[in-house]
Design a protein around this ligand. Structure first.
Ligand code: ZN
Length: 306
């Protein structure tokens, strides 16, 4: 993986973003569009005084993967025509217990099985990508590594920290963790400190509402409770902008999309159903890696579903 983070500068970067948003959108991102690892060098900065120039250098040094801000975004038809990147959705990673129900087991991947799935992906030459890379690919046609795949983890379970993170690390993989903030710090769920550490290690944190309510049922105030406040909490925890959202249960409707856009999200993730013909970036498909699958089934599903 080429993405390395520089945690100590992120809080500063975040503040700079909030203080100089117009400046940043104009000057900073012009040079940050081609490569996932290239930083904008000082010679690309124009018409700014020295203190601002210093701030830009510090910001861009840390932002090795950013969304491309210049150029025209592809049309929905163009985005839909690009080959889809396989995206897996995990929930719990632990051995089944007697009280686990038939349906529940779909969402619980036994530990040894998860380990062999990660090994299979690595042995098969897959490279994990992160949402900024996916966005740049879909919106601007940016190049991806060979055999790209995205690994996502929903619902804030502690075993994502105890089992998944060390396993990802073995293979240089990075994941995307969609957090519901009501659970943070509860027994058997991730803590804020763990979420921060995951973010600092280069994994991406996304928003998954306050307490997993169905987006299709939101009234006006729910957008504040379920989306705005929890996302702000995650931004405070990570010191980074939160730009990605996963719909609880994968459920979405057309009305939700402008609401998410208004609140600064740039993409949102559904499950295996059809994407929206006008807003494919807000209906990016994932498949649930079922607890019943072995590595062969998983591989077949990856190939078949995307
Ligand atoms: Zn969920």
């Amino acid at each position: 993986m080429t993405w390395k983070t520089i945690p100590s500068t992120f809080t500063l970067n975040y503040m700079i973003k909030k203080i100089f948003p117009l400046f940043l959108s104009g000057a900073l991102f012009l040079g940050a569009c081609q490569s996932n690892s290239k930083s904008l060098d000082a010679s690309d900065s124009v018409s700014i005084d020295q203190s601002e120039e210093k701030a830009v250098q510090e910001t861009t040094a840390a932002e090795e993967v950013t969304q491309q801000k210049s150029g025209k975004i592809a049309s929905a038809a163009e985005i839909l025509a690009r080959p889809q990147v396989p995206i897996l959705c995990y929930h719990q990673i632990r051995n089944w217990i007697a009280s686990d129900g038939k349906v529940g087991k779909d969402y619980i991947v036994p530990t040894a099985e998860f380990r062999s799935q990660m090994k299979m992906l690595s042995d098969s030459g897959y490279h994990t990508i992160l949402p900024d890379q996916l966005y740049n690919y879909l919106a601007y046609g940016a190049k991806l590594p060979s055999k790209p795949i995205m690994l996502t983890f929903d619902d804030t379970k502690l075993d994502q920290w105890t089992v998944a993170i060390p396993e990802l690390k073995k293979y240089g993989f990075k994941g995307v963790f969609f957090i519901m903030t009501v659970s943070l710090g509860r027994p058997n769920y991730l803590s804020k400190a763990q979420v921060k550490e995951m973010s600092d290690a280069g994994h991406v944190i996304g928003s998954h509402t306050y307490d997993h309510q169905n987006v299709k049922k939101y009234q006006a105030a729910d957008w504040v409770t379920q989306i705005e406040k929890p996302t702000k909490t995650l931004e405070e925890v990570t010191g980074k902008e939160i730009k990605y959202f996963a719909y609880p249960f994968g459920l979405w409707n057309k009305e939700a999309i402008p609401e998410l856009k208004k609140r600064g999200f740039t993409s949102a993730f559904i499950l295996a159903e059809k994407r929206d013909e006008n807003n494919p970036l807000f209906t990016i498909r994932r498949i649930i890696a079922s607890g019943y699958w072995n590595t062969k089934t998983l591989h077949n599903s990856i190939v078949k579903s995307f």
